[in-house]
Design a protein around this ligand. Structure first.
Ligand SMILES: [Zn+2]
Length: 352
């Protein structure tokens, strides 16, 4: 980070370093993601073999999931995943945790997730890793598929998220799209109810709630008890993996040319579709037009511009004299993302 972003340029407050073990990538991700994770050497070798068998089989999704639960779960250990984090001196230790993706196997998935979250706490309190508890916060990041966010599961999810008394709770929602208003509203309702529940359970000292892997949609969550959002830099959050199957013809290539976060429209037009850069940040002022940016500099340019823009947007919301939800309503209404207004609740819940 230091080389890319000179210290006087970009500060979204203090930087926090955390490494999310993201077991959802291992258990249901694309093959190359799985391979990369297995190549870290942090997993039992038997897992590689089983996952390969599962990929090559013609089993149904449910059968595959059963095999993961029966044959992979027993070999998932939290210790190597925690040890690999502390070696890099992070600010938070993220508890490894399986993701929750199935209503049919919900109980089994929650049981394993709970076991891993509790084991991390026990490990940090009783082993040689104990010394890290004094300087590092414990964070849960639980990945949850949209299909599982249902009223009947709310309580089990709330209990799970708090089961090991974490210092921070992170929620990563898998598979939900901004345009899916019904599901998205359910997610925000879930966040608000969790926030109230956590207050109640912790005597009004709830752990800060982070929403992981969202873009501007995350701004709306500031009104649903979320105090921090985690976004990928200058790419769309991986709500769903793009599949080659989804290409309509064999010859159709995906347009992978760089995008540009438009600070007024709040959308991501292609950088090469712009002539003048519509932003007053240091980077944009330096180049003035998109064609002035050397090809090699584009990846860094768009990331620094993105950070500058986000820094300014978040500062605007935080420092506005009007209530946050009204400031957001105004910002969304002026953008091409007016649909986000629908996600601002009538009775906002603010975490701070
Ligand atoms: Zn800019």
């Amino acid at each position: 980070m230091h080389d890319l972003f000179p210290s006087d340029k970009t500060t979204i407050r203090d930087k926090i370093k955390l490494i999310d073990p993201s077991l959802d990538f291992l258990l249901t991700g694309m093959n190359d993601h799985k391979e990369k994770m297995l190549d870290t050497g942090l997993f039992d070798n038997r897992i590689r073999r089983t996952l390969k068998d599962i990929t090559q089989s013609n089993n149904t999704t449910e059968e595959k999931l059963s095999k993961v639960i029966n044959d992979v779960y027993p070999y998932l250990q939290v210790r190597p995943l925690v040890e690999s984090q502390v070696k890099t001196d992070p600010d938070f230790i993220v508890s490894p945790c399986v993701h929750l993706s199935s209503n049919i196997k919900f109980r089994e998935q929650v049981a394993k997730a709970r076991e891993m979250l509790l084991n991390t706490r026990i490990l940090l309190e009783t082993s040689s890793l104990k010394r890290y508890l004094e300087t590092k916060d414990l964070m849960n990041i639980v990945a949850i598929s949209k299909s599982v966010i249902q009223d009947r599961n709310f309580h089990a999810l709330f209990d799970l998220l708090l089961c090991n008394k974490p210092d921070h709770v992170g929620i990563k929602i898998i598979g939900v799209r901004e345009s899916d208003t019904v599901t998205q509203n359910k997610v925000f309702e879930f966040l608000r109810q969790f926030s109230e529940y956590a207050k109640h359970i912790t005597n009004n000292r709830p752990p800060p709630l982070h929403l992981v892997n969202v873009d501007e949609l995350g701004y709306a969550s500031y009104c649903s008890g979320v105090c921090n959002i985690v976004s990928p830099i200058a790419t769309s959050p991986s709500f769903a993996f793009p599949s080659k199957k989804h290409k309509t013809t064999i010859n159709e290539e995906q347009d992978t040319s760089p995008t540009y976060y438009h600070p007024i429209n709040m959308d991501h037009p292609k950088l090469n579709s712009l002539t003048m850069l519509p932003c007053a940040c240091v980077e944009c002022r330096k180049y003035v037009t998109a064609s002035n940016i050397p090809h090699k500099a584009k990846p860094v340019f768009r990331r620094v511009h993105w950070l500058n823009t986000k820094n300014e947007e978040i500062r605007e919301f935080r420092e506005t004299p009007v209530q946050l939800n009204l400031a957001l309503r105004d910002k969304f209404a002026r953008s091409m993302r007016t649909q986000l207004v629908a996600y601002l609740p009538e009775n906002p819940v603010f975490a701070l």
